[in-house]
Design a protein. Sequence first.
Length: 407
Amino acid sequence: MAERLALFATAARGTEDLLAEELKELGAKRIRQDRGGVRFMAALDEALNVCLWSRIAMRVLYPLGEFEAPGAQGLYDAVASVPWEEHLTTNVTFAVDANLKDTEHAHSGFVALKVKDAIVDRLRTKLGSRPDVDTRNPDVSVVAHLVKEKLSLSLDLVGDPLHRRGYRVRPTPAPLKENLAAALLRAAGYTGQEALVDPMCGSGTIVIEGGLIARRRAPGIGRSFAVERWPHMGPRARELLADLRADARRNERKVEVPILGFDKSEEALEAADRNVKAAKLGEEVQLAEGDATKLGPLPEGGGLILTNPPYGDRLGSGGQKGMKTFYFKLGDSLRALPGWKVWVLSGNPAFESAFHARPAIRRDVWNGPIPCTLLGYRAPAGLSKPVLGAPGESLEVAPVRPEHEDE
Ligand SMILES: C[S@@+](CC[C@H](N)C(=O)[O-])C[C@H]1O[C@@H](n2cnc3c(N)ncnc32)[C@H](O)[C@@H]1O
């Protein structure tokens, strides 16, 4: 049996269970959910399959060990005890990414430097020479995670984080990370077999991720992974990935459902258009100017509306009070679409009450540093045919005017 590696995949906080589900589908074994990620076991081909196919993971780490590392000397000694000569040679480049929590060390830069020094010194002793550091595009990325005096060291299989699919050529002010958008789609049960609409699509992340799912395209098909350049595992990884990539290309399917993105900002739509084309989904994803508070008729048959409305006062419409009015109008507009499930990621605590509908599902999710809530408003059973313009049927509605309307 092929040797299994013990790995750790990271994801946005609040989406770890979704990543665990996805990893199971991708063939990972002994899956254990943790804060900020999921531990699992996988043979090299399974691990590469995860790199290529995971929509939700951010990084895939290969832990080298955990160490007590008291003070600067303790840190140096712990790092120098690792057999780096098994992972690095003198003709590859490397970099150290350090993150700290509750430590006596003031800077992650200092810790990264100490780790780098210990690696270099050990390799000089063992190999007679040292590899160069390349912080921009290293062959081997060492991740040092220091909590109090406990140091974890890992190698990062993917390099550039997995959310960088390569299609975001034109960002907008508050884009969702690609892997978070994919996690939201999974939470909402999207499998690419029903229509998808984002009425406030911004740079297009949700509709692009939906398009990739519907197309059954591997999210990592357009990029490479750091492990391909590792001195010892690299040649085998390249061989395995050639087969996995060929299989992934054969796996693609024609998209049979409408995928639509609207936004009221011309600039956002221009960015979305560039991104959709870069994702090679120009035929599958349609974009149009539109006001989410006055949504016109959507395709017959219903489907999923998934959106991420503005959280703050970017609309210039009178602070929290203006936002509440906006959310209420949005609720009114979406309530008029029976047959459509509505899922919203909101970072404004005022959203839920102003939207005036009772969610069937809610989960806390972190959008980077912003604590958000994902709210799932399901269409009641039996309303598969849309009755456009019949308000109050698709959502469980509390049809009272909000107080702020009359303030
Ligand atoms: C938080 S951003 C969405 C980001 C998007 N998920 C992405 O990944 O790029 C909110 C978007 O809502 C749009 N927006 C605000 N009010 C709107 C309205 N009434 N109708 C349509 N779009 C609106 C903004 O132009 C902005 O692009």
